[in-house]
Design a binder for this molecule. Structure first.
Ligand code: ADP
Length: 232
């Protein structure tokens, strides 16, 4: 079964008397464990699509099924619950709380989910990204790459099926960026589905599949997997 099924999805923003058609009938499915990039020029609808996939917004028309559940029909509370259960977010700017240390940052989603036993899960998530020895550092005491690792630990601490990443290496030098991509590769190997919006051809080259958006439509859906099934 598909983990994600997007069918004829449209998103129209109303700006005063003007309608902006950000998505104009997009359809695709994503299977569990896929690793894919969404690319396209500025204004092509990538962020809009990510917001929909991340249950931060609902389509104006069409349907989005996440793990079989029709997101288009849910109340905001149900949408938030679905998001917390299924999705971890990673951003270009890391978005860590500056006054909280790494461990406290990673514990946050557990706090939102009302989970009491947080410490052990947060320590495990930090260890998974190779940062167990930085647990008590605050963001400003960490390098950019380390901050992004903390953000990834925060994204995986709830054990989501999907990670949505928005230009995750955009603020990093190329070597640190490659280290972060290695963390993503390792996570994908454990079965997590990874969806990344990026301009970076290096990221796209490492993905199994690339969705190219142009003018609110899916212009191209490229499968990078070799016929044998192994990713290049
Ligand atoms: P991308 O991420 O590819 O740059 P976006 O999804 O941000 O593209 O934007 C697609 C189109 O929708 C653009 O024309 C943009 O101006 C418009 N848009 C995006 N968000 C909003 C919004 N909240 N309100 C009005 N128009 C928006």
């Amino acid at each position: 079964m598909s983990l994600i099924e997007v069918r004829d999805v449209e998103k129209t923003y109303t700006m005063g008397s003007m309608a902006v058609h950000a998505l104009r009938g997009v359809s695709f499915t994503i299977a569990p464990g896929e690793y894919l990039a969404i690319m396209g020029p500025s204004g092509s609808g990538k962020s809009t699509l990510m917001n929909l996939l991340g249950c931060l917004d609902k389509p104006s028309a069409g349907t989005y099924l996440l793990d079989g559940e029709d997101v288009s029909q849910l109340s905001d509370d149900r949408l938030a619950a679905l998001r917390n259960r299924h999705i971890g977010f990673v951003f270009q700017q890391f978005n860590l709380l500056p006054r909280a240390n790494a461990l406290q940052n990673v514990e946050l989603p557990l706090q939102y989910a009302g989970i009491h036993d947080r410490r052990e899960k947060a320590v495990t998530a930090l260890a998974k990204v190779g940062l167990a020895d930085r647990a008590h550092h605050r963001p400003r005491e960490l390098s950019g790459g380390e901050q992004q690792r903390v953000a990834i630990a925060r994204a995986i601490v709830n054990e989501p099926a999907i990670i949505l990443a928005d230009e995750p290496t955009g603020n990093l030098d190329s070597r640190t960026g490659r280290d972060i991509l290695q963390v993503f590769d390792d996570l994908n190997q454990t079965g997590i589905t990874l969806i990344t919006v990026t301009h970076d051809p290096d990221i796209a080259a490492g993905c199994h599949r690339v969705l190219h958006m142009v003018d609110g439509k899916l212009a191209n859906d490229v499968n990078n997997k070799r016929p044998g099934g192994e990713a290049p």
